[in-house]
Write a protein that binds this ligand. Structure first.
Ligand code: GLU
Length: 498
């Protein structure tokens, strides 16, 4: 491992693992592993009001499920810990640098109330100005400003600490993904808060202190952080630190609307957990996520994590928006399901057991049969394992209703003839008849009665399975219990054919 390349994934535990965050984590992992660097996980939990219970735990758990591992994290401390910002704050790590900026006059205490700030903002809006902070100590000497602090403190006001933005400056960097970017300091909206009234540092401040102290060399993150980068560069500059390389990965857009993927887009599942519950494979999720804003040479689209790692090349990160196409994810997952059916079989069993179609013991006892049921029911067509439940339910575990159009097939002239011929033939066949023999039997009925197509097949299918369409009928008959089928046929006959 080289200490030259140190990257990090820095989630805020304000929710579960979102696809966009999973992508950031995946690409940092790929970067670290490709270059034999170090992958760090740091928890950015300074916004305590927004943290959710289990947010950290479930995010890390889902990253593990995706097959990612890391070298340093809260649960695997290295020499740059602690790895939670709340704990770093308790140790006074941020305070030291806030004090340094205050002492140098590069930051100041601000006592404006939220009402004052709202008034200023409203006035700016009315004047059609971009919202910006108005510095309240303009023209005062240090002593005069300190005197003001004392006045405010005496009124019982609590300060925030704001960074004094050097408005005339322009911040520029060569982004690994987007190329050269320049943003004027004026665009950040004026002096911004680096420490909140409760003593917590803000994200844009803490992230710089931590990336510096943790010797992060490359910061790969989502496009939404481009506008934060100049703020962060101001802090690097003020503290006299080197700036890491930045790379801002393409925005993920909703393929259906063309707009930025938003948590409010109810038509798109966006949390890794949700896909996991439906029975998506971690390999397929990695495969899909690895192609969100990155593409390899050539036309292939199915890749393992290991292949991504070997191929990784940051110059192939795309500038163009990444389209979130759920149909593509379904296709990729289907490919992974078909790739290795034995591996997937226990998951399919679990889905069927959890749906209450069969007990665990029974599934184990009849595992050969259940495997065949899964194959015949059409496992090759499923997009995720949960779909197997509806495919196998009827007729293997339950019978559906006999609908009016089924009754029409059964009671037609052809239907009655076919039923009678099939009833006789089926009764005579032994219990271990194979699919080819069932096929030959049905063909014999076809020749004898000169009835073919749906008029031939539907009455038989309906009488044995209560279905009008479904998987290959001879193959299904092999897997159905003969006594039960005979009973089904007798019931159909009694109800509709007398
Ligand atoms: N905690 C930040 C987030 O979740 C990290 C951003 C960054 O990588 O700098 O968006």
């Amino acid at each position: 491992m080289t200490d030259d390349f140190r990257v990090r994934y820095a989630p805020s535990p304000t929710g579960y693992l979102h696809i966009g965050n999973a992508r950031t984590a995946l690409f940092n992992w790929l970067f670290a592993r490709h270059y034999n660097g170090t992958f760090v996980i740091r928890i950015e939990d300074t916004d305590s009001a927004r943290n959710i219970e289990n947010g950290e735990k479930s995010q890390l758990e889902n990253l593990k499920w995706l097959g990612l591992d890391w070298d340093e994290s809260p649960d695997k401390p290295g020499k740059y810990g602690p790895y939670r910002q709340s704990e770093r704050n308790e140790q006074g790590i941020y305070q030291e640098f806030i004090d340094e900026l205050l002492a140098k006059g590069l930051a100041y205490k601000s006592y404006k109330t939220s009402e004052q700030l709202a008034e200023e903002r409203a006035a700016q809006q009315a004047a059609k100005q971009a919202p910006h902070y108005i510095y309240e100590y303009e023209g005062l000497t240090n002593e005069e400003r300190e005197a003001k602090y004392a006045e405010f403190e005496a009124q019982g006001l609590k300060p925030v600490v704001r960074f004094r933005v050097p408005e005339e400056k322009v911040y520029a960097w060569d982004d690994i993904v987007k190329g050269h970017i320049e943003i004027g300091a004026k665009e950040v909206g004026g002096d911004w808060v680096i420490q909140k009234a409760d003593g917590m540092p803000t994200y844009n401040f803490a992230v710089v202190v931590d990336d510096h102290l943790m010797k992060i060399s490359h910061v790969l993150r989502g496009d939404d952080h481009v506008s934060n980068t100049p703020k962060q560069m101001m802090i690097y500059e003020a503290l006299g630190w080197d700036v890491p390389e930045f790379g801002h990965m393409a925005l993920i857009i909703n393929g259906a609307t063309g707009k930025k993927l938003s948590k409010r887009d109810n038509d798109v599942l966006q949390f890794v957990e949700q896909y996991r519950e439906l029975g998506y494979q971690p390999e397929a999720m990695d495969n899909f996520i690895g192609l969100l804003g990155w593409s390899p040479k050539g036309e292939d689209e199915i890749f393992s994590l290991e292949e991504f790692k070997n191929m990784f090349d940051e110059s192939r990160l795309s500038k163009a928006n990444a389209k979130f196409d759920q149909k593509k994810l379904e296709w990729i997952n289907n490919q992974w399901i078909r790739k290795d059916k034995d591996r997937i079989m226990p998951q399919l069993f679990d889905q069927i057991i959890n749906a209450g179609l069969i007990s665990k013991e029974e599934a184990e006892k009849r595992s050969g049969w259940l495997k065949e049921v899964i194959e015949v029911a059409g496992v090759d067509g499923i997009s995720y394992t949960k779909q197997i439940i509806d495919l196998v339910r009827e007729p293997f575990f339950q019978l559906g209703e006999v609908t009016d159009d089924m009754v029409d097939y059964l009671t037609s002239e052809a239907g009655r003839k076919v039923f009678a011929a099939w009833e006789k033939a089926y009764t005579d066949l032994s219990e271990d008849t194979d699919a080819a023999t069932y096929m030959a039997t049905i063909r014999a009925i076809q020749n004898e009665l000169e009835i073919k197509g749906r008029d031939l097949w539907n009455p038989i299918r309906i009488a044995t399975t209560h279905q009008i369409q479904g998987p290959n009928l001879p193959e299904m008959l092999v897997l159905l219990d003969k006594k039960q089928v005979l009973q089904t046929m007798a019931d159909v006959k009694a109800k509709y054919l007398n």
